[in-house]
Ligand binder design. Structure first.
Ligand SMILES: CSC[C@H]1O[C@H](OP(=O)(O)O)[C@H](O)[C@@H]1O
Length: 339
């Protein structure tokens, strides 16, 4: 397979390498994802994270294994193991469903590589289209608030919600970005802050609990978030903490936008109640770990509830900004996302 590089993925010498997103921003460590076990471990640990990126990394590895001569039957098993690596972000399943079709072709090795590269190229374009569609909704001088990380690290392109923010900033429309640190894994404080710094976009890092008072002060003009799965009725699963932002935005009359590629749509999922929500380890809440090591503050036997995502009901969403354009609440009510 040709050499390929995104912000956090690289194909080099016919092997897949990943940028460890748990070590950022202090360290930029590229790690091997040469085997299914390695990539699944990276995905479980969120060294590889972000709904689109998870699907793309799995697709690329499957194609590379095919080129390395792994038997078709073993590739089919590998596909199923990768498909189960994380349950909420549907991009993984959507991508691998397309790879499954390629695997059934007579020349499956060529078909797998072509499909994986097509998925990467498509995602870059989807990000650009989302950025353009979304920035049309940004008013001049806006202060925008975002949650978790939805930039180039999480996609093959400029990102989803953060791609909109970056494109709007390029057009001179953004005066400041409020960056939710996004407990417990701090994707905002570590990754979004790093990406905005690299892009020279003005931002202020806040704890998640600060968002409400900023809205009350009238210094949040719109909220932009990503998505891990969009159900047929428009409900959205996204990083834990998204739902509370949507409720606050509704109370304060602030537009709340979800930015995502169409590969995040799950038309067979009727509503948010049907979206599987990943439950994660207690250690992510009882303390924090990173390139510096780890520290624990809660009692050893603390009982912990740690869902990685929550669901925002469609009636709290002002618009779904997809690569195909902006979808309105009226269109969602009319069933635009229905199968
Ligand atoms: C464009 S990434 C979409 C989505 O993925 C993130 O979750 P995680 O960091 O657990 O992979 C977050 O929910 C983003 O909004």
């Amino acid at each position: 397979m040709q050499t390929l590089r995104t912000t956090s993925l690289e194909v080099r010498d016919n092997q897949l390498w990943i940028l460890d997103q748990q070590a950022l921003p202090q360290q930029q460590n590229w790690l091997p994802a040469h085997t299914v076990a390695q990539l699944v471990d990276h995905i479980h640990a969120l060294r590889v994270r972000g709904a689109p990126l998870i699907g793309l990394s799995a697709s690329l590895l499957l194609a590379l294994l095919g080129e390395q001569g792994v038997a078709r039957s073993a590739l089919a098993e590998a596909l199923e193991v990768l498909r189960a690596a994380r349950p909420t972000a549907v991009n993984l399943m959507n991508n691998l469903d397309r790879m499954k079709i390629a695997l059934a072709e007579s020349d499956h090795v060529t078909a797998l590589s072509a499909e994986a590269l097509r998925l990467v190229a498509e995602d870059k374009l989807l990000c650009d289209n989302i950025a353009r569609a979304g920035s049309a909704l940004v008013k001049p001088g806006s202060q925008l608030l975002t949650h978790c990380n939805t930039g180039g690290l999480a996609t093959a392109g400029v990102g989803t919600a953060l791609g909109v923010i970056a494109h709007a900033h390029q057009q001179g429309l953004v005066s400041n970005v409020w960056v939710d640190e996004t407990r417990p894994l701090l994707q905002g404080g570590r990754l979004t802050a790093w990406e905005l710094g690299e892009l020279n976009i003005p931002y202020q890092l806040i704890t998640d609990s600060m968002a409400a008072s900023l809205m009350a002060r009238g210094v949040v003009d719109a909220i932009w978030v990503g998505a891990d799965r969009i159900a047929a009725n428009g409900d959205v699963a996204n990083k834990i903490g998204t739902y509370s932002l949507a409720v606050l935005a509704h109370y304060h009359g602030i537009p709340f936008y979800v930015a995502a590629p169409h590969t995040t749509l799950d038309r067979l999922c009727p509503n948010g109640d049907a979206i599987p929500i990943e439950q994660r380890a207690a250690s992510e809440v009882t303390g924090v770990s990173g390139s510096f090591g780890s520290v624990q503050w809660a009692p050893e036997n603390a009982a912990v509830y740690n869902p990685a995502f929550d669901v925002t009901p469609a009636d709290l969403i002002s618009g779904w900004v997809l690569d195909t354009g902006v979808v309105t609440p009226e269109q969602v009510k009319e069933g635009i996302f229905q199968p």
